[in-house]
Write a protein that binds this ligand. Structure first.
Ligand SMILES: Cc1cc2nc3c(=O)[nH]c(=O)nc-3n(C[C@H](O)[C@H](O)[C@H](O)COP(=O)(O)OP(=O)(O)OC[C@H]3O[C@@H](n4cnc5c(N)ncnc54)[C@H](O)[C@@H]3O)c2cc1C
Length: 468
């Protein structure tokens, strides 16, 4: 089977939200907002950010009246489509947080990311959410000399940002092969702070839990405008002391928010279950999450059902911050991902692709996530997690709880709180900029694959221009 043609299974699906939802069943909508209502807190969007915020608020103050306003169904966005890395990867540039608030603040942020991974696991266990969670850590794998050097060179700054000796461990080629055999791998870094999850199971489980706690989850309820103390929906207006925007990659669709966060696309494919001989050849017995060090990097998980799910950039951005709704994915993107899959794991040659889908995540202009609450207007938000929202949304939920309940805690002092960032450039600059950036990153990857021993200057230039 050649990598130039797509090998799909007889049950292949393109889009329809995600494979994760296919596993649990794409849900019918909960009832929509019945008309105008008054609440204490209105959460706009029904992904992890809104659900964790609702969860912690209701736990802290059970009599709070909370409404979640979701356009489709809870988990329809990135929360039900992601790669399932419950990781402690920083949701932004730690050097920027450090520059603005000092190194100690950046370290505190990183430590909170570590503990948030365990917090999610613990709550899921306590609340009976079965989401295929297994914490075997995360492998960053280098497959060429430039990637290997990059991995080694970034270690000192990671150590300075709070990654201690036990938080990040260097593996040589043989040590890596004891965990998993990635073709051409030269070495890796392993962190214990990551768990594999099934995203749709986590988000649907959370939605059920908050509903049982008394949170009103209105689905099929699109919010068209947000103002101080009210959210206007297609079914009526919600008056609220606090209106919190939890839309991440969909933020640009809200009137007046087009340039706040860039909706960055990410696409995935999942294989059919691999035969036992394939797993034997790959030698991947645990549930480690795997990422390579390419500039147009990929993220990989072994699913509970013995499949490999792999994601990457595909078409990174659509003109005018347009977002595709149900995740249909272009053939060229599927082919790119299939090629990476076969390169990394030759044992998958002959294993068909069973599902492909895409989603959007939010990227702020300075590539640093933020959480914010304006006491005067009652407006708040969290997001811009730059592809690391699975864990960060939990931290955001606990931070928004403290901000809304006016408690000054370690969380409200973290450097991502109340950070102001300028918006993205108007079109066509935005489209041209992002498109050129990813053309440059792909060119840099090709250079590095052809034997370069250091990071390509093209990638360095692209990083400077993009502000990454
Ligand atoms: C393909 C992919 C892979 C990813 N992989 C990972 C990963 O492995 N690890 C990781 O940490 N992060 C990953 N991410 C990022 C992560 O999934 C997100 O950052 C996170 O889920 C964001 O959660 P959220 O609740 O803020 O937003 P979302 O989950 O996107 O929720 C926003 C919700 O708002 C709803 N909505 C949109 N417009 C409106 C409106 N006008 N009114 C009402 N509701 C509206 C949407 O339907 C959606 O349900 C990935 C993202 C994608 C797309």
């Amino acid at each position: 089977m050649s990598s130039t043609s797509l090998a799909t299974s007889p049950t292949f699906v393109n889009g329809d939200v995600s494979f994760w939802f296919r596993e649990v069943g794409v849900p019918t909508h909960r009832p929509a907002l019945p008309g105008d209502v008054d609440v204490d807190v209105a959460l706009v969007g029904g992904g992890y950010t809104a659900l964790w915020t609702a969860y912690y608020l209701k736990q802290a103050q059970p009599d709070l009246r909370i409404a979640i306003l979701e356009k489709e169904f809870a988990g329809f966005g990135a929360s039900g489509r992601n790669g399932g890395w419950l990781s402690a990867e920083p949701p932004g540039q730690m050097r920027r947080y450090a520059k603005a608030h000092g190194q100690e603040a950046a370290i505190a942020m990183q430590r909170e990311m570590f503990s948030s991974v365990d917090e999610v696991i613990q709550v899921a266990a306590e609340e009976g959410i079965e989401a295929d969670i297994q914490k075997d850590g995360l492998l960053h794998v280098a497959t060429n000399a430039a990637q290997e050097r990059r991995l080694r060179e970034r270690l000192p700054s990671l150590r300075a940002e709070g990654w201690g000796e036990d938080d990040l461990i260097e593996l040589d080629r043989d040590q890596l092969a004891e965990r998993v055999r990635v073709a051409g791998a030269r070495g890796a870094q392993w962190s214990p702070h990551c768990a594999r999850i099934q995203p749709a199971k986590l988000v649907r489980g959370l939605a059920d839990v908050v509903e049982r706690m008394g949170v009103a989850v209105y689905e099929g309820t699109e919010v068209t405008e947000i103002h101080p103390r009210r959210a206007v929906t297609v079914h009526g207006t919600v008056k609220a002391t606090y209106v919190i925007r939890c839309l991440e990659g969909f933020t640009a669709g809200l009137r007046g928010h087009r340039r706040v966060w860039l909706p960055m696309n990410s696409s995935m494919i999942v294989t059919e279950p691999l035969p036992a001989s394939g797993w034997e050849e790959i030698g991947w017995r645990g549930a480690e999450l795997i990422g390579d060090e390419a500039h147009s990097y990929c993220y990989i998980q072994r699913t509970t059902g013995g499949r490999i799910a792999i994601g990457g950039r595909g078409i990174p951005y659509m003109f005018g911050s347009h977002v595709d709704q149900r995740g249909e994915t272009k053939t060229a993107t599927q082919l790119q991902l299939q090629t990476i899959l076969r390169q990394h794991f030759p044992a998958t040659e002959g294993v068909a692709i069973d599902h492909t889908w895409s989603g959007v995540l939010g990227v702020p202009r300075d590539w640093c996530a933020t959480v914010h609450l304006n006491e005067r207007t009652g407006l708040g938000w969290a997001g811009g997690y730059v592809g690391h929202g699975v864990t960060t949304a939990n931290l955001a939920g606990r931070t928004l709880r403290d901000l809304i309940l006016r408690q000054h805690t370690d969380l409200t002092r973290l450097p991502w709180v109340d950070r102001t960032v300028r918006g993205w450039e108007p079109e066509p600059l935005r489209w041209l900029g992002v498109r050129s950036l990813y053309v440059a990153y792909r060119a840099a990857d090709r250079h590095e694959n052809s034997g370069l021993r250091h990071t390509s200057v093209i990638a360095r230039a692209a990083d400077i221009i993009s502000g990454r």
